[in-house]
Ligand binder design. Structure first.
Ligand code: 5GP
Length: 192
């Protein structure tokens, strides 16, 4: 993986098991910090109810994803739950060069790959208050079939075990506290 072009902006990577509420936390952080650029990942997974192409993800056919990956269009890419996900390189590099902070929502493999190519990236792990809470959020979302849900809850155990490799861990017990904590991390990294 080629190193990222350096610029004035800082790169934040947010991870956490599905159902930990990281999408909601990031959404609220961006409402308060609209200056931050949110990277829109590409994926080959099917679109869920309520999702929009180009807003939640760029939904790509597998062939198109793979040819983009082979051209080096992605900063990192990984297979997650049987589908391909990747971070389009150009928008992130352009935002960083323009001095904007960037947030990418990636799984652990993606986060660690970014950290290897850019050690100054700041990794934030959003953890659910408990695995029971995570299961009930996933059930409440109602977008996953029972098999997928079981896979995701099992993966959550593994992800939480790896969270020690992150710079910051934020427990999403109460949404507003988690949002405030992430905003604090963004601010404190600015002063370093
Ligand atoms: P979901 O299918 O629930 O939207 O996402 C599944 C997992 O893929 C989540 O952990 C999410 O953070 C991760 N993910 C989303 N986009 C990317 C990406 O571009 N690269 C990597 N490595 N993981 C991603």
């Amino acid at each position: 993986m080629a190193a990222l072009a350096s610029g004035g902006g800082r790169l934040f990577v947010v991870s956490g098991p599905s159902g930990a509420g990281k999408g909601t936390v990031v959404g609220q952080v961006l409402e308060q910090r609209p200056d931050i650029f949110l990277s829109i990942s590409a994926t080959t997974r099917p679109m869920r109810r309520g999702e929009r192409n180009g807003i939640n993800y760029r939904f790509l056919p597998e062939r198109e994803f793979i040819s983009g990956r082979d051209r080096g269009d992605f900063l990192e890419s990984a297979e997650v739950y049987g589908h391909l996900y990747g971070t389009p390189r150009a928008p992130v590099e352009n935002a960083l060069k323009a001095g904007r902070d960037v947030i990418c929502e990636l799984d652990i493999q993606g986060a660690l790959a970014v950290k290897r190519s850019r050690p100054d990236a700041i990794l934030i792990f959003i953890e659910p208050s408990s695995l029971d809470e995570l299961s009930s959020r996933l059930r409440g979302r109602g977008t996953e079939d029972p098999d997928t849900m079981r896979t995701r809850v099992k993966a959550a155990y593994e992800e939480i075990k790896s969270s020690g490799q992150y710079d910051h861990i934020v427990i999403n017990d109460k949404l507003e506290d988690a949002v405030a904590e992430v905003l604090r991390i963004l601010e404190s990294s600015r002063k370093e």
